[in-house]
Design a protein around this ligand. Structure first.
Ligand code: SF4
Length: 215
């Protein structure tokens, strides 16, 4: 079955522990959530059908070892797990960026799953599938996008229950809503509380701004 693909492009990875590395992005069409700050609304419906072989060929043309399957919500499409396995079988490092509302174990265990936990200001606070916490491996990463102090406290509470004063079992990324939440303020909160997290400033937006697509 073909997949509905919104765009495939080569850019600098802006988030996660891979931030700063060149990366090929395969953005799949469709999302089951409607976050208030969503910057990829164009991916809700726009897209064209592509077979897995065609996607692999396109990805290979960029000659890059790192690829991210993203959306929208990539796990909405039935053939996304097959695409991920096919990319891994080509020897690529595969990141799966998912909004946390779908079973992450559908994806090949060799891929690195970057799992969002939606905070209150997203308007999708109830969307997280709590069973996903038990499915995380030490390769995976969590992500919180913070829009205000309430979001920060929400994330801190969840991290407190996961970490219990020990180093986090998974890498945790905290991003500021951009524009809207000042990264400096967020940095101060993290330092005051000695949180064991990675502050992500969404590097691609710092470099290219918020309007440009395909970066
Ligand atoms: S999950 Fe991602 S793509 Fe979907 S609405 Fe939220 S920010 Fe947008």
């Amino acid at each position: 079955m073909p997949l509905l693909v919104n765009e495939i492009f080569y850019s600098i990875q802006g988030e996660s522990s891979f931030a700063g590395r060149p990366c090929v992005f395969v953005r799949l069409t469709g999302c089951n959530l409607r976050c208030t700050y969503c910057d990829t609304r164009y991916a809700y419906v726009e897209g064209c059908q592509m077979g897995v072989d065609e996607i692999l060929h396109r990805v290979a043309s960029f000659e890059c070892p790192l690829v991210e399957v993203t959306g929208g919500e990539p796990l909405l499409q039935d053939d996304t797990p097959f695409l991920i396995t096919s990319l891994l079988d080509k020897g690529l490092i595969v990141l799966l960026e998912t909004n946390g509302s779908m079973d992450i174990d559908r994806a090949d265990e060799r891929c690195i799953r970057i799992v969002d936990i939606k905070c209150p200001s997203s308007g999708e606070q109830e969307s997280f599938l709590s069973d996903n916490l038990g499915r995380l491996t030490d390769m995976d990463e969590l992500k919180f996008v913070i829009g205000n102090r309430q979001d920060y406290e929400f994330a801190r509470k969840i991290l407190g229950s996961i970490q219990r004063g020990r180093p986090s079992p998974v890498r945790v990324n905290i991003s500021n809503v951009f524009p809207g939440m000042d990264a400096g303020t967020l940095a101060e909160w993290i330092l005051e509380d000695h949180l064991d997290v990675r502050l992500n400033v969404q590097l691609h937006k710092v470099i290219w701004g918020t309007e440009k697509r395909g970066v």
